[in-house]
Design a protein around this ligand. Sequence first.
Ligand code: ADP
Ligand code: MG
Length: 700
Amino acid sequence: MTIDTANTEQQTYLPPALRPKLAKLGVQHLRDMLLHFPMRYEDQTQVRPISALIEGESVVVEGVVELAETKLKPRRQFVVLLREAGADGISNFAPRLTLRYFNFYPNIVQALKVGATARVFGEVRAGRYGLEMVHPVFKKAVTASSASGTLTPVYPSAGGVPQTALRTLATKARKVAEWQTDLLPRAITEALHLPVWRDAVQVLHQPAQSEPPLALETRTHPAWQRIKFDELLAQQMALRDAKTLRAGESAPAISPTGLLGEPLRQRLPFSLTASQERSLTEVLADMARATPMTRLLQGDVGSGKTVVAALAALIAIEAGYQVAFMAPTELLAEQHFNKLRHWLSDLPVTLTWLTGSLPAAEQKAAQAACKRGETQIAIGTHALFQKKVSFARLGLIVVDEQHRFGVEQRLQLRQRGQQDSERVLAPHTLMMSATPIPRSLAMSYYADLDVSVIDELPQGRQPITTKLVSEARRGEIASRIYAAVQQGAQAYWVCPLIDESELMEVELQNATALYADLVLLMPNVKVALLHGRMKTEEKAATMADFAANRVQVLVATTVIEVGVDVPNASWMVIEHAERFGLAQLHQLRGRVGRGAAASTCILLFADKLSDTAKLRLKVIYENTDGFVIAREDLRIRGPGELLGPRQSGLPSLRYANIEEDVELVEAARDVATKLEHDGTFNKTAFLDRWIKNRAEFAKA
Ligand code: ADP
Ligand code: MG
C-alpha cells in the first residue's frame, strides 16, 4: 500500500502466471511472502543410508540402481530398485529401496540406469515388498545442495504453485531491506526474550540444520513466538483503534432520575444479585458519559441479564430517549416484549412490537411510532434496523444474544445513529451474551468492547441434574416425565437438530412423530408442538400456553434454544444430544433450573457415537459452569468456530492461537498500552505489515 515506490516496483514483481494462484494463498504482493511461513521443513542436508531408513520420514537417500524397468501392470510405471551403496551386489541381505514413478520422463529413465549411483528425496513408505518411495525427487548425485546446512522449507500451497517457486519468492522477499526493519523497539522485544524481526523471519523461512526441529514444528521456537507476538499486538492495536474511533463520537449523557427505575425495582419479585447491581452501575456510568457506550454484558444462561437491560432502558426513557431492544429470534423478541409489558404494566411507558412477520399495515404503524418518537421501547428482531425504520430520539440500543448477530448487522446498528440527519448523537449500545468467553479470548476478541460480567446465579436456584441415557430407553423416560408432570412439573422435549435446510422437512417429521407418540403415552396431559415452520402467532400462542402451564409438555425443535424463560419447567429431554454443539447443549439445558424446583436434563443419545460427540457429552455431563464448558468447547473446536460470525470482521489470526498463546496475548495487550504513547513507534507501518484491508476493518 505505502511502499510501492517506483524503485521497489521491479523487485516486488510476482510472476504473472502464478498471480491468480498465489492470490488464493493470500499472497497478492511479494511482501506477503514474507509472512507466508512454511508449515514444515525437510532435512535434505544429510544423506541417509538405505539401512537407516524409517517409515514415514522424508529424507534424502543414496544408492546404486540394481534394477530399472517400465512395468505396464497393474499400472504403467517406472520401477527402480536401489541397493545400499557399497553393499555387495550379490548379497541378498543388502538393504534395498523401491522407487516408483507413475508419470515419468525420459530424463529420469536416463539417470536411473542400472549401475548408476542415484540420490533421491522423498517420503519413505512401507510397500508390499519392503520400503519404497513414490515419486521421489531426483537429485543430482555428488553435487552439494546449494542450501547446504539449512532445512528446506515446505510452504502451504494450493492450485499447484510449486514449492520451488514459493522458495524463490520467499528468498526474494527477504532481500527487500525495508521489510526487514524491526518496527518494535528492541527494549520491548528484549524484555520478552524475543528475537529481532529479521532473525525471526530468517529462521522460519530457512532454519539452520541445527535448529531444534520439534520447536519449529510445534511453533514454540523463539522465532515463532516473535511472529505470533507481533500478530497479536497488531490485533490489539487494531481493535483499540476501532474503539478510539467510536470514542470520538458524541452520545447523549444520560443520568437516572429514578422515576421509572425505582417503581420497577419495587415490583420485581426479587432483588438484584450483587453482580447484577455491579453490572448495572457500570452500564449507568457509561450512559452518563457523552460518548457512546459499547458494552458487553456477559453472564451465564439464567444469570438475569434481561432485568439489567430493562433497568438501563428505563433510565434512557426517564431522560426522554427511545430504546431499541433487539433479539435474534421472533420467539425471544416476543418473550422480551411480554416480560417487559408485564414488568411495566402500570408505568407510563409505551412499548412497540416490530418484526418482519407483522402485517404490512402494522409494520408501517410501528415504524411511524418510532419515527415520531411516540414509542419509548421498540422491541423486535433485526427488522428494527432496516433502513426504513428511524427513531426520533434513539438513546440506547440493547442487543440480546449478540453472538447470534453477524458483523454486518453490528455495523448496520452502529450506522443507525448517524443516519438520522438532524440528530448528531450516536446511541449507547448494550450487548448481551450468554456465550461465556474464556478470559484469554475475551481479552483478544473484545479488546474493543467494555465488558461487564454477571458471575453468579440468583439465589435459590437448584442445581440441574444431567443424565446421559441411550435412546433405546426413551419409553422409560417418557414414563418418568409423565409421572413428574402429574405432580405439577413441566417439561421441554427437544427434537434432533438437522443443519441442512432441505432437511427441515425431516426435522419436522421427527418432531411431529414424537409429538404424536407422547400424546398417546400421556393421557390427561396437554402436550404441544412448537417448530420453526409455524406462524408467528401460533408459536407465540403455544409459548404463552406453556408459560401459563396450560401446556405441560412442549415438544420443540431448537427454536427454543436461546433465552426462553419458563421458571416452572424443570424437565428437559434432548433427543440426539450427540448432534448438538456444546454451546447449544448448555443453552438448551439452561431453559430449566430457573425456578425453585430441582431440575433434570436428560440427554438421549444414539448408538455409534463419534469421538468428538463422546467428548462433548462427557463435558456437558460433568460441567454446569458455562465458562468451563466454553473452555472445553474451545479446546475441542478452536476459537474460530466458537466465536462464529464475529470472527469474520476481525483480522483473523494466522499463526497465534488464542488458547495456547495466552501469555503472548497478555504481553501484547500490555505492550499495546506502552506503545500508545511512544512517539518513535511507527504504528501505521506495523499495522500495514499485519492487517490487510485495514480500512474495512476499522469500520467494524
Ligand atoms: P439470562 O441471563 O439467561 O437472559 P434471564 O434474564 O432470562 O436470564 O433471567 C432468568 C430468570 O431469572 C428470569 O425468570 C428472571 O426474571 C429471573 N431473575 C433475574 N434476576 C433475578 C434475581 N436477582 N433473583 C431471582 N430471579 C431473578
Ligand atoms: Mg436472556
